[in-house]
Write a protein that binds this ligand. Structure first.
Ligand code: SAJ
Length: 407
Protein backbone atom coordinates (compact mmCIF):
# COMPACT_ATOMS: atom_id res chain seq x y z
CA UNK A 1 0.00 0.00 0.00
CA UNK A 2 1.17 3.51 -0.79
CA UNK A 3 0.47 6.34 1.65
CA UNK A 4 0.47 9.70 -0.18
CA UNK A 5 1.13 12.54 2.27
CA UNK A 6 -0.20 15.96 1.21
CA UNK A 7 -3.23 16.03 -1.09
CA UNK A 8 -2.67 19.30 -2.93
CA UNK A 9 -2.03 20.09 -6.59
CA UNK A 10 0.50 17.29 -6.96
CA UNK A 11 -0.34 14.76 -4.24
CA UNK A 12 -4.00 14.41 -5.13
CA UNK A 13 -3.65 13.71 -8.87
CA UNK A 14 -0.70 11.38 -8.17
CA UNK A 15 -2.67 9.43 -5.56
CA UNK A 16 -5.69 9.19 -7.87
CA UNK A 17 -3.57 8.09 -10.79
CA UNK A 18 -1.94 5.27 -8.82
CA UNK A 19 -5.24 4.13 -7.32
CA UNK A 20 -6.93 4.03 -10.72
CA UNK A 21 -4.06 1.90 -12.04
CA UNK A 22 -4.38 -0.90 -9.51
CA UNK A 23 -2.19 0.37 -6.66
CA UNK A 24 -3.69 0.32 -3.14
CA UNK A 25 -3.54 3.97 -2.01
CA UNK A 26 -4.41 5.89 1.13
CA UNK A 27 -4.18 9.69 0.90
CA UNK A 28 -3.31 11.60 4.08
CA UNK A 29 -3.61 15.33 4.71
CA UNK A 30 -3.57 17.18 8.01
CA UNK A 31 -6.29 19.51 6.74
CA UNK A 32 -9.46 17.81 8.04
CA UNK A 33 -11.73 20.02 5.93
CA UNK A 34 -9.94 18.97 2.75
CA UNK A 35 -10.17 15.30 3.73
CA UNK A 36 -13.90 15.73 4.46
CA UNK A 37 -14.45 17.28 1.03
CA UNK A 38 -12.69 14.38 -0.69
CA UNK A 39 -14.56 11.83 1.43
CA UNK A 40 -17.76 13.62 0.47
CA UNK A 41 -17.00 12.82 -3.17
CA UNK A 42 -15.74 16.22 -4.31
CA UNK A 43 -12.37 17.34 -5.67
CA UNK A 44 -10.66 20.38 -4.19
CA UNK A 45 -9.49 22.25 -7.30
CA UNK A 46 -10.40 22.46 -10.99
CA UNK A 47 -8.36 20.60 -13.57
CA UNK A 48 -9.35 18.99 -16.87
CA UNK A 49 -10.14 15.31 -16.33
CA UNK A 50 -9.59 15.43 -12.55
CA UNK A 51 -13.21 14.68 -11.59
CA UNK A 52 -13.34 11.63 -13.83
CA UNK A 53 -10.01 10.35 -12.50
CA UNK A 54 -11.33 10.94 -8.98
CA UNK A 55 -14.38 8.75 -9.65
CA UNK A 56 -12.21 5.97 -11.07
CA UNK A 57 -9.92 6.11 -8.03
CA UNK A 58 -12.86 6.05 -5.62
CA UNK A 59 -14.31 3.04 -7.46
CA UNK A 60 -10.88 1.39 -7.17
CA UNK A 61 -11.00 1.90 -3.39
CA UNK A 62 -8.78 4.92 -2.62
CA UNK A 63 -9.17 6.15 0.99
CA UNK A 64 -8.64 9.64 2.48
CA UNK A 65 -7.69 10.32 6.07
CA UNK A 66 -5.83 12.69 8.39
CA UNK A 67 -3.87 9.74 9.86
CA UNK A 68 -0.48 8.51 8.70
CA UNK A 69 -0.58 4.83 7.73
CA UNK A 70 1.70 1.95 8.70
CA UNK A 71 2.99 0.75 5.34
CA UNK A 72 6.11 0.14 3.23
CA UNK A 73 5.94 3.12 0.82
CA UNK A 74 5.25 6.83 1.45
CA UNK A 75 5.05 9.63 -1.10
CA UNK A 76 5.53 13.07 0.43
CA UNK A 77 4.05 15.90 -1.66
CA UNK A 78 3.71 18.77 0.79
CA UNK A 79 4.44 22.41 -0.08
CA UNK A 80 7.94 23.85 0.01
CA UNK A 81 7.62 27.60 0.49
CA UNK A 82 10.64 29.82 0.06
CA UNK A 83 11.81 32.67 2.19
CA UNK A 84 11.37 35.90 0.22
CA UNK A 85 14.39 37.53 1.87
CA UNK A 86 17.00 34.77 2.00
CA UNK A 87 15.66 33.23 -1.27
CA UNK A 88 16.17 29.81 0.31
CA UNK A 89 13.77 26.91 0.32
CA UNK A 90 11.93 26.28 3.56
CA UNK A 91 11.85 22.52 4.06
CA UNK A 92 9.82 22.66 7.30
CA UNK A 93 6.73 20.90 5.89
CA UNK A 94 8.83 18.16 4.31
CA UNK A 95 10.75 17.61 7.54
CA UNK A 96 7.53 17.60 9.59
CA UNK A 97 5.93 15.06 7.25
CA UNK A 98 9.02 12.81 7.38
CA UNK A 99 8.96 13.01 11.17
CA UNK A 100 5.32 11.94 11.25
CA UNK A 101 6.08 9.04 8.90
CA UNK A 102 8.90 7.90 11.20
CA UNK A 103 6.41 7.63 14.09
CA UNK A 104 4.43 4.90 12.32
CA UNK A 105 6.51 3.30 9.58
CA UNK A 106 7.91 -0.24 9.82
CA UNK A 107 11.59 -1.07 9.29
CA UNK A 108 12.67 -0.95 5.64
CA UNK A 109 10.04 1.58 4.52
CA UNK A 110 10.73 3.83 1.53
CA UNK A 111 10.04 7.58 1.81
CA UNK A 112 9.66 9.21 -1.60
CA UNK A 113 9.87 13.02 -1.61
CA UNK A 114 7.94 14.51 -4.55
CA UNK A 115 7.91 18.09 -3.28
CA UNK A 116 10.23 20.46 -5.13
CA UNK A 117 13.34 21.09 -3.05
CA UNK A 118 16.60 22.87 -3.73
CA UNK A 119 19.72 20.81 -4.44
CA UNK A 120 21.12 19.49 -1.18
CA UNK A 121 17.90 19.75 0.84
CA UNK A 122 17.72 16.01 1.49
CA UNK A 123 21.35 15.93 2.69
CA UNK A 124 20.98 19.10 4.76
CA UNK A 125 17.56 18.67 6.36
CA UNK A 126 16.02 15.24 5.77
CA UNK A 127 18.90 12.81 6.44
CA UNK A 128 19.93 14.43 9.76
CA UNK A 129 16.31 14.33 10.94
CA UNK A 130 16.01 10.61 10.19
CA UNK A 131 19.33 9.84 11.88
CA UNK A 132 18.39 11.97 14.89
CA UNK A 133 15.39 9.70 15.35
CA UNK A 134 17.70 6.68 15.55
CA UNK A 135 17.02 5.23 12.09
CA UNK A 136 19.78 4.00 9.80
CA UNK A 137 19.32 5.25 6.23
CA UNK A 138 19.69 2.44 3.72
CA UNK A 139 18.57 -0.16 6.26
CA UNK A 140 15.72 1.09 8.44
CA UNK A 141 14.60 3.77 5.98
CA UNK A 142 15.23 4.28 2.27
CA UNK A 143 15.10 7.71 0.70
CA UNK A 144 13.99 8.59 -2.82
CA UNK A 145 13.41 11.89 -4.60
CA UNK A 146 10.88 11.74 -7.46
CA UNK A 147 10.22 15.35 -8.52
CA UNK A 148 6.98 16.01 -10.37
CA UNK A 149 6.90 17.66 -13.79
CA UNK A 150 3.22 18.17 -14.56
CA UNK A 151 1.83 21.47 -15.76
CA UNK A 152 -1.39 22.89 -14.30
CA UNK A 153 -3.99 22.91 -17.07
CA UNK A 154 -2.72 19.65 -18.59
CA UNK A 155 -1.89 17.65 -15.48
CA UNK A 156 -3.69 14.41 -16.22
CA UNK A 157 -2.23 14.03 -19.71
CA UNK A 158 1.26 14.94 -18.49
CA UNK A 159 1.10 12.54 -15.52
CA UNK A 160 0.47 9.75 -17.98
CA UNK A 161 2.92 10.78 -20.69
CA UNK A 162 5.84 12.82 -19.28
CA UNK A 163 9.24 11.27 -18.72
CA UNK A 164 10.22 11.20 -15.06
CA UNK A 165 13.30 11.21 -12.85
CA UNK A 166 13.81 9.00 -9.80
CA UNK A 167 16.74 9.78 -7.50
CA UNK A 168 17.70 7.07 -5.01
CA UNK A 169 20.67 6.02 -2.85
CA UNK A 170 20.59 2.49 -4.21
CA UNK A 171 19.80 1.11 -7.64
CA UNK A 172 17.53 -1.55 -6.16
CA UNK A 173 15.27 0.91 -4.36
CA UNK A 174 15.34 3.23 -7.39
CA UNK A 175 14.10 0.39 -9.60
CA UNK A 176 11.40 -0.55 -7.08
CA UNK A 177 9.99 2.99 -7.09
CA UNK A 178 10.41 3.21 -10.86
CA UNK A 179 8.12 0.18 -11.14
CA UNK A 180 5.57 1.85 -8.88
CA UNK A 181 5.43 4.96 -11.11
CA UNK A 182 5.44 2.76 -14.21
CA UNK A 183 2.02 1.49 -13.05
CA UNK A 184 0.60 4.59 -14.77
CA UNK A 185 3.47 6.55 -16.35
CA UNK A 186 4.00 5.75 -20.03
CA UNK A 187 7.04 8.02 -20.37
CA UNK A 188 10.67 7.03 -19.86
CA UNK A 189 11.69 6.86 -16.19
CA UNK A 190 15.35 7.62 -15.49
CA UNK A 191 16.95 6.37 -12.26
CA UNK A 192 19.78 8.50 -10.87
CA UNK A 193 21.10 9.69 -7.50
CA UNK A 194 19.19 12.00 -5.19
CA UNK A 195 21.40 15.09 -5.62
CA UNK A 196 21.09 14.91 -9.42
CA UNK A 197 17.31 14.49 -9.22
CA UNK A 198 17.03 17.53 -6.95
CA UNK A 199 19.13 19.64 -9.31
CA UNK A 200 17.36 18.60 -12.54
CA UNK A 201 13.99 19.69 -11.20
CA UNK A 202 15.15 23.19 -10.31
CA UNK A 203 17.19 23.52 -13.50
CA UNK A 204 14.17 22.66 -15.67
CA UNK A 205 12.10 25.46 -14.18
CA UNK A 206 15.07 27.83 -14.25
CA UNK A 207 15.55 27.14 -17.96
CA UNK A 208 11.98 28.27 -18.56
CA UNK A 209 12.25 31.30 -16.28
CA UNK A 210 15.40 32.53 -18.05
CA UNK A 211 13.78 32.05 -21.47
CA UNK A 212 10.61 33.90 -20.44
CA UNK A 213 12.83 36.70 -19.06
CA UNK A 214 14.56 36.94 -22.44
CA UNK A 215 11.18 37.41 -24.16
CA UNK A 216 10.15 39.99 -21.54
CA UNK A 217 13.40 41.91 -22.01
CA UNK A 218 12.84 41.96 -25.77
CA UNK A 219 9.36 43.38 -25.16
CA UNK A 220 10.89 46.21 -23.12
CA UNK A 221 13.56 46.94 -25.74
CA UNK A 222 11.01 46.94 -28.54
CA UNK A 223 8.61 49.19 -26.59
CA UNK A 224 11.45 51.66 -26.03
CA UNK A 225 11.88 52.17 -29.78
CA UNK A 226 8.39 51.33 -30.94
CA UNK A 227 9.13 48.00 -32.62
CA UNK A 228 6.67 45.09 -32.83
CA UNK A 229 8.08 42.43 -30.49
CA UNK A 230 5.57 39.77 -31.59
CA UNK A 231 6.42 40.15 -35.25
CA UNK A 232 10.12 40.06 -34.42
CA UNK A 233 9.75 36.88 -32.32
CA UNK A 234 7.59 35.27 -35.00
CA UNK A 235 10.23 35.85 -37.65
CA UNK A 236 13.16 34.85 -35.42
CA UNK A 237 11.40 31.61 -34.56
CA UNK A 238 11.45 30.66 -38.24
CA UNK A 239 15.21 30.12 -37.80
CA UNK A 240 15.76 26.39 -37.20
CA UNK A 241 17.68 26.88 -33.94
CA UNK A 242 15.71 29.75 -32.39
CA UNK A 243 12.64 29.26 -30.21
CA UNK A 244 11.78 32.41 -28.26
CA UNK A 245 8.92 32.25 -25.74
CA UNK A 246 6.17 34.85 -25.32
CA UNK A 247 6.48 38.04 -23.29
CA UNK A 248 3.76 38.56 -20.71
CA UNK A 249 2.65 40.63 -17.70
CA UNK A 250 4.89 38.65 -15.36
CA UNK A 251 5.49 35.12 -14.16
CA UNK A 252 3.32 33.45 -11.56
CA UNK A 253 2.61 29.99 -10.26
CA UNK A 254 4.42 28.15 -7.55
CA UNK A 255 7.26 26.87 -9.72
CA UNK A 256 8.87 29.11 -12.30
CA UNK A 257 8.49 32.25 -10.20
CA UNK A 258 9.94 30.48 -7.15
CA UNK A 259 12.35 27.58 -7.86
CA UNK A 260 15.08 29.57 -9.65
CA UNK A 261 15.45 31.72 -6.54
CA UNK A 262 16.70 28.59 -4.74
CA UNK A 263 19.79 28.66 -6.96
CA UNK A 264 20.25 32.41 -6.44
CA UNK A 265 19.89 31.92 -2.68
CA UNK A 266 22.42 29.07 -2.56
CA UNK A 267 24.92 30.43 -5.12
CA UNK A 268 24.56 34.23 -5.00
CA UNK A 269 27.98 34.83 -6.56
CA UNK A 270 27.52 32.34 -9.36
CA UNK A 271 23.87 32.50 -10.43
CA UNK A 272 24.07 35.89 -12.17
CA UNK A 273 22.03 35.29 -15.33
CA UNK A 274 19.37 33.59 -13.22
CA UNK A 275 19.28 36.47 -10.73
CA UNK A 276 18.85 39.08 -13.47
CA UNK A 277 16.21 36.95 -15.23
CA UNK A 278 14.15 36.65 -12.07
CA UNK A 279 14.36 40.39 -11.49
CA UNK A 280 13.29 41.02 -15.11
CA UNK A 281 10.24 38.76 -14.70
CA UNK A 282 9.39 40.24 -11.30
CA UNK A 283 9.54 43.73 -12.84
CA UNK A 284 6.89 42.99 -15.47
CA UNK A 285 3.79 43.87 -13.38
CA UNK A 286 5.33 47.31 -12.78
CA UNK A 287 6.05 47.59 -16.49
CA UNK A 288 2.36 46.90 -17.18
CA UNK A 289 1.31 49.47 -14.58
CA UNK A 290 3.48 52.04 -16.39
CA UNK A 291 1.92 51.05 -19.72
CA UNK A 292 -1.52 51.62 -18.17
CA UNK A 293 -0.53 55.17 -17.13
CA UNK A 294 1.02 55.86 -20.55
CA UNK A 295 -2.08 54.68 -22.38
CA UNK A 296 -4.39 56.63 -20.06
CA UNK A 297 -2.41 59.76 -20.89
CA UNK A 298 -2.45 59.01 -24.60
CA UNK A 299 -6.21 58.38 -24.69
CA UNK A 300 -7.21 61.13 -22.26
CA UNK A 301 -8.58 58.73 -19.65
CA UNK A 302 -8.05 60.24 -16.21
CA UNK A 303 -10.03 58.06 -13.79
CA UNK A 304 -8.10 54.91 -12.72
CA UNK A 305 -11.34 53.40 -11.41
CA UNK A 306 -12.50 53.17 -15.05
CA UNK A 307 -9.65 50.74 -15.76
CA UNK A 308 -10.28 46.99 -15.30
CA UNK A 309 -7.88 44.07 -15.08
CA UNK A 310 -9.18 40.95 -16.81
CA UNK A 311 -7.82 37.86 -15.02
CA UNK A 312 -6.52 37.09 -11.54
CA UNK A 313 -5.01 33.65 -12.03
CA UNK A 314 -1.35 33.12 -12.91
CA UNK A 315 -2.16 31.78 -16.36
CA UNK A 316 -5.06 30.95 -18.61
CA UNK A 317 -7.81 28.42 -17.90
CA UNK A 318 -6.69 27.46 -14.38
CA UNK A 319 -8.12 28.59 -11.02
CA UNK A 320 -4.72 28.98 -9.36
CA UNK A 321 -3.77 32.50 -8.21
CA UNK A 322 -0.44 31.74 -6.54
CA UNK A 323 2.10 34.54 -7.19
CA UNK A 324 -0.10 35.77 -10.05
CA UNK A 325 1.05 38.84 -12.03
CA UNK A 326 -2.34 40.51 -11.38
CA UNK A 327 -1.89 40.17 -7.61
CA UNK A 328 1.67 41.51 -7.97
CA UNK A 329 0.36 44.45 -10.01
CA UNK A 330 -2.33 45.25 -7.44
CA UNK A 331 0.28 45.21 -4.68
CA UNK A 332 2.48 47.54 -6.67
CA UNK A 333 -0.50 49.82 -7.29
CA UNK A 334 -1.06 50.03 -3.53
CA UNK A 335 2.60 50.90 -3.00
CA UNK A 336 2.15 53.75 -5.47
CA UNK A 337 -0.91 54.85 -3.48
CA UNK A 338 -3.01 54.62 -6.60
CA UNK A 339 -5.84 52.22 -5.82
CA UNK A 340 -9.09 51.83 -7.67
CA UNK A 341 -8.41 49.36 -10.48
CA UNK A 342 -11.33 47.01 -11.07
CA UNK A 343 -10.77 43.28 -11.39
CA UNK A 344 -12.60 40.28 -12.81
CA UNK A 345 -11.81 36.59 -13.31
CA UNK A 346 -14.35 33.92 -14.27
CA UNK A 347 -12.38 31.26 -12.33
CA UNK A 348 -12.27 33.13 -9.01
CA UNK A 349 -15.66 32.89 -7.34
CA UNK A 350 -14.68 34.24 -3.93
CA UNK A 351 -13.94 37.91 -3.18
CA UNK A 352 -10.16 38.08 -2.85
CA UNK A 353 -9.34 41.68 -3.80
CA UNK A 354 -11.14 45.03 -3.60
CA UNK A 355 -13.33 46.11 -6.55
CA UNK A 356 -13.71 42.53 -7.77
CA UNK A 357 -16.52 41.56 -10.16
CA UNK A 358 -18.10 38.18 -10.77
CA UNK A 359 -19.90 38.94 -14.01
CA UNK A 360 -18.14 39.82 -17.26
CA UNK A 361 -20.85 42.13 -18.61
CA UNK A 362 -21.18 44.10 -15.36
CA UNK A 363 -17.39 44.43 -15.22
CA UNK A 364 -17.26 45.70 -18.80
CA UNK A 365 -20.12 48.14 -18.14
CA UNK A 366 -18.11 49.77 -15.36
CA UNK A 367 -14.79 50.31 -17.20
CA UNK A 368 -13.52 52.20 -20.24
CA UNK A 369 -10.16 50.44 -20.43
CA UNK A 370 -9.56 46.67 -20.17
CA UNK A 371 -6.14 45.22 -19.43
CA UNK A 372 -6.01 41.58 -20.47
CA UNK A 373 -3.77 40.00 -17.83
CA UNK A 374 -4.83 36.40 -18.53
CA UNK A 375 -5.98 34.93 -21.85
CA UNK A 376 -8.82 32.72 -20.54
CA UNK A 377 -11.00 31.04 -23.21
CA UNK A 378 -13.91 33.23 -22.03
CA UNK A 379 -12.36 36.47 -23.23
CA UNK A 380 -10.93 34.89 -26.39
CA UNK A 381 -14.52 33.91 -27.27
CA UNK A 382 -15.91 37.35 -26.44
CA UNK A 383 -13.51 39.72 -28.16
CA UNK A 384 -16.41 41.59 -29.81
CA UNK A 385 -17.52 42.73 -26.33
CA UNK A 386 -14.34 44.83 -26.21
CA UNK A 387 -15.26 46.83 -29.34
CA UNK A 388 -15.90 50.13 -27.59
CA UNK A 389 -13.07 49.76 -25.05
CA UNK A 390 -9.50 50.90 -24.81
CA UNK A 391 -7.64 47.57 -24.63
CA UNK A 392 -4.15 46.71 -23.39
CA UNK A 393 -3.56 43.11 -24.43
CA UNK A 394 -0.56 41.87 -22.40
CA UNK A 395 -1.08 38.25 -23.52
CA UNK A 396 -1.32 38.88 -27.25
CA UNK A 397 -4.66 37.06 -27.44
CA UNK A 398 -5.54 38.97 -30.59
CA UNK A 399 -2.68 40.61 -32.42
CA UNK A 400 -3.07 43.29 -35.10
CA UNK A 401 -6.22 44.87 -33.64
CA UNK A 402 -5.84 48.41 -34.96
CA UNK A 403 -7.14 50.15 -31.85
CA UNK A 404 -5.55 47.90 -29.21
CA UNK A 405 -2.37 48.46 -27.25
CA UNK A 406 0.25 45.80 -26.53
CA UNK A 407 3.17 45.40 -24.08
N1 SAJ B 1 4.70 32.46 -19.20
C1 SAJ B 1 5.05 33.57 -19.98
N2 SAJ B 1 5.51 33.37 -21.25
C2 SAJ B 1 5.62 32.13 -21.79
C3 SAJ B 1 5.29 31.01 -21.00
C4 SAJ B 1 4.80 31.21 -19.70
O1 SAJ B 1 4.96 34.73 -19.54
O2 SAJ B 1 6.02 32.03 -22.95
C5 SAJ B 1 4.20 32.66 -17.82
C6 SAJ B 1 2.82 32.08 -17.56
O3 SAJ B 1 1.80 32.93 -17.95
C7 SAJ B 1 2.85 31.85 -16.07
C8 SAJ B 1 4.30 31.46 -15.82
O4 SAJ B 1 5.03 31.93 -16.93
O5 SAJ B 1 2.55 33.01 -15.33
C9 SAJ B 1 4.56 29.98 -15.62
O6 SAJ B 1 3.69 29.21 -16.41
P1 SAJ B 1 4.09 27.88 -17.20
O7 SAJ B 1 2.86 27.43 -17.91
O8 SAJ B 1 5.29 28.08 -18.04
O9 SAJ B 1 4.55 26.85 -16.05
P2 SAJ B 1 3.93 26.36 -14.65
O10 SAJ B 1 4.50 27.19 -13.56
O11 SAJ B 1 2.45 26.23 -14.72
O12 SAJ B 1 4.54 24.86 -14.56
C10 SAJ B 1 5.96 24.67 -14.57
C11 SAJ B 1 6.33 23.61 -15.62
N3 SAJ B 1 7.80 23.59 -15.82
C12 SAJ B 1 8.36 23.69 -17.05
O13 SAJ B 1 7.71 23.84 -18.05
C13 SAJ B 1 9.84 23.61 -17.11
C14 SAJ B 1 5.84 22.23 -15.15
O14 SAJ B 1 6.29 21.23 -16.03
C15 SAJ B 1 6.37 21.94 -13.73
O15 SAJ B 1 5.84 20.70 -13.25
C16 SAJ B 1 5.87 23.02 -12.81
O16 SAJ B 1 6.39 24.27 -13.27
C17 SAJ B 1 6.35 22.71 -11.39
O17 SAJ B 1 5.51 22.28 -10.57
O18 SAJ B 1 7.54 22.79 -11.12
Amino acid sequence: MVNVIGLGYIGLPTALMMASHGVEVVGTDYNAELVDTLRGGKTTFKEDGLDELFRQAVDAGIKFTTEYQKTDTYIVSVPTPYDKFSKKVDACYVVAAVNDVLKVCPKGAVIVIESTISPGTIDKYVRPEIEKNGFKIGEDIHLVHAPERIIPGNMIYELLHNNRTIGADSREIGERIKNLYASFCQGEIVVTDIRTAEMTKVVENTFRAVNIAFANELAKICRHDNMDVYEIIRICNMHPRVNILQPGPGVGGHCISVDPWFLVGDYPNLAKVIDESMKTNDGMPDFVLNRIYEIMKETGLTDISRVGLYGLTYKENVDDMRESPTLQLLESQERHLATGLKVYDPYIKKDVVPNQYHDLDKFLDDVDMVVIMVGHEEIRNNISKLNEKIVLDTRAISLNQKKWFYL
